[in-house]
Design a binder for this molecule. Structure first.
Ligand SMILES: C[S@@+](CC[C@H](N)C(=O)[O-])C[C@H]1O[C@@H](n2cnc3c(N)ncnc32)[C@H](O)[C@@H]1O
Length: 517
């Protein structure tokens, strides 16, 4: 790294100071021939200098240039001559991107560098940022602007900043951290209170810290795992951030190149103007093109039906009693998520995976099942709706006679027999998928899918236009997709954009009973 710094400086004709931390950390100030490049090269070298396991542990993933550019461009909107901080600055990619952005507006490089603030727990990262900025500005950052510190726990002697950016570490949950280092976990709890939960990602705490470092009227833009928008254990972070400012936007990076194995997003927070408690996952849904839907109905599914889902113990209680129908003709068909389509169950037509192996026509030996699993089978054995849990749109089937056992993790909706079809049509309605995604985006296995839970289904508002709802129910039974979408849009009072969005997602899973008759 020190050698590369010398090469870059020599190529650019820049005199590096003798007192740079990089020299003392490297044990020497090397001599090297000029070799041209960019200051950002040093951050890449820094990342490569970690063994993969160490990189994972420190959460040190250099920010790709395109992503850094997009992030700072958004963060700097509305800020002239901004002071900018990055509390996990690594090799300085984001500070450099911000500096370049300000220079492109005509601001002088020396002045810009004087307004940049960086911290990193790793002294070599801080030293790298220092050299990188010096190479860019031909001027050493002021003493004290770059600090080796734990930005979550140490007091940074920074002024309140106009803009705070960052690509903080996405570290393993604090639960694991606590087991390793209970004093750090305890101090984090002390400092951030209820924002720290067992599985809170440290990146969320950096977002909160960034909001504390920004001045009222300032902006925070910080890379985060998408789970920060909806995960249960990030709720404390969302609450604490919302008390300091407003989430005004969420960028979903589209330009490739980020190396961490998670889906990421960049929440944009206007600090100092706490607005109405925004629904963070709604921003993610919007960023993924889900139309915004407000449902006014005061009557909810939970007013008419009971929703329930099985747990692991129910699953394990059943899995040993599954047979092929040919071996147990009297068994009860067992349906899995993979067999649930929109409006239709494909049991017996395509294989299902249960207990790690495929089954052609899986049946359950109900008499052999005991404990909680037996209770689950008893409770959900009658007429019901069965709803898949990880899907692109709500996929629901009607079991009018109670001929199936619902596997885990399906959600079962129990309602009077004459309400099953209307309630299925309501849940399958385009508006409901959009409404649910605005509440649950970011919680499913993939960012575009919907994770349905029993609690969420209970809260679904029912249609207010009863005539249109009845028409939609008939169309659902008949498998007439356009008529269904149009009637249910009228039933919920939503526009054609919602139906068009849903239609594009739904065609791949739409296989209602009548269409196959
Ligand atoms: C993803 S890297 C930053 C990358 C940087 N934005 C870049 O692209 O060069 C995350 C950085 O956070 C640092 N870090 C980890 N825990 C920290 C803490 N508690 N305080 C400050 N920095 C920390 C790591 O040393 C690492 O350099």
């Amino acid at each position: 790294m020190a050698r590369r710094a010398v090469e870059l400086a020599a190529a650019a004709g820049i005199e590096l100071s003798d007192d740079l931390a990089l020299w003392s950390l490297s044990g020497e100030r090397p001599v090297a021939a000029p070799a041209a490049g960019e200051p950002e090269d040093l951050g890449r070298l820094l990342e490569m200098s970690f063994a993969p396991s160490e990189r994972q542990r420190q959460g040190a993933h250099f920010t790709p240039t395109a992503l850094a550019d997009d992030l700072v461009a958004r963060a700097l909107v509305g800020h002239e001559h901004a002071s900018i901080g990055d509390p996990a600055c690594g090799g300085g990619a984001l500070l450099l991107a911000a500096a370049r952005h300000l220079a492109a507006r005509g601001e002088g490089r020396r002045e810009i560098v004087g307004r940049l603030w960086g911290a990193d727990i790793d002294p070599l990262a801080v030293a790298t940022t220092e050299v990188a900025l010096m190479l860019w500005a031909e001027s050493q950052p002021p003493a004290g602007n770059l600090t080796a510190a734990d930005a979550l726990l140490d007091d940074l002697a920074w002024p309140p900043l106009d803009v705070v950016v960052g690509n903080p570490p996405f570290l393993t949950p604090l639960g694991a951290h606590a087991a390793r280092d209970s004093s750090t976990a305890g101090r984090l709890r002390e400092r951030y209170g209820p924002a720290v939960r067992a599985y809170t990602d440290a990146a969320g705490l950096f977002l909160l810290r960034a909001c504390q470092l920004a001045r009222p009227g300032g902006t925070v833009a910080m890379l985060q795992p998408q789970s920060v928008l909806a995960a249960r254990d990030a709720a404390g972070v969302r609450d604490a951030v919302s008390a300091l400012g407003s989430l005004v936007d969420v960028l979903i990076p589209t330009r490739a190149g980020f190396d961490a194995a998670v889906e990421v997003c960049v929440p944009i927070v206007d600090v100092g103007s706490p607005g109405p408690r925004a629904r963070w996952s709604a921003h993610l849904a919007t960023a993924h093109g889900v139309p915004a839907v407000e449902l006014s109905g005061a009557h909810r599914l939970g007013d008419e039906a009971t929703t329930t889902a099985g747990f692991r113990s129910e699953y394990y209680g059943m899995v040993d009693h599954v047979h092929e129908e040919t071996d147990l003709p009297a068994g009860t068909p067992l349906v899995t998520s993979g067999l649930i389509d929109l409006g239709r169950c494909a049991w017996g037509e395509r294989p299902a995976r249960i207990g790690g192996r495929p089954w052609q026509r899986p049946v359950l030996d109900i008499g052999a099942v005991g404990g909680r699993a037996a209770d689950w089978v008893r409770r959900t054995g009658g007429p019901k709706l069965v709803v898949a849990t990880q899907t692109r749109v709500v996929e629901v089937v009607v079991d009018e006679t109670g001929r199936w056992v619902a596997g885990v993790p399906l959600v079962v909706v129990l309602a009077p027999a004459d309400r099953l079809w209307p309630l299925a049509a309501a849940l399958a309605a385009p508006a409901v998928s959009a409404w649910l995604l605005a509440r649950a985006a970011g919680t499913a296995r993939t960012p575009r899918s919907l994770k349905v839970t029993a609690a969420l289904l209970r809260s679904v508002p029912l249609p207010t236009e009863h005539g249109a709802w009845a028409e939609g129910t008939d169309a659902f039974k008949l498998g007439d997709l356009p008529a269904f979408a149009s009637a249910m849009s009228a039933a919920y009072g939503t526009g054609p954009d919602v139906g068009a969005w849903w239609g594009e997602r739904a065609t791949t899973v739409w296989s209602p009973v009548a269409a196959r008759r």
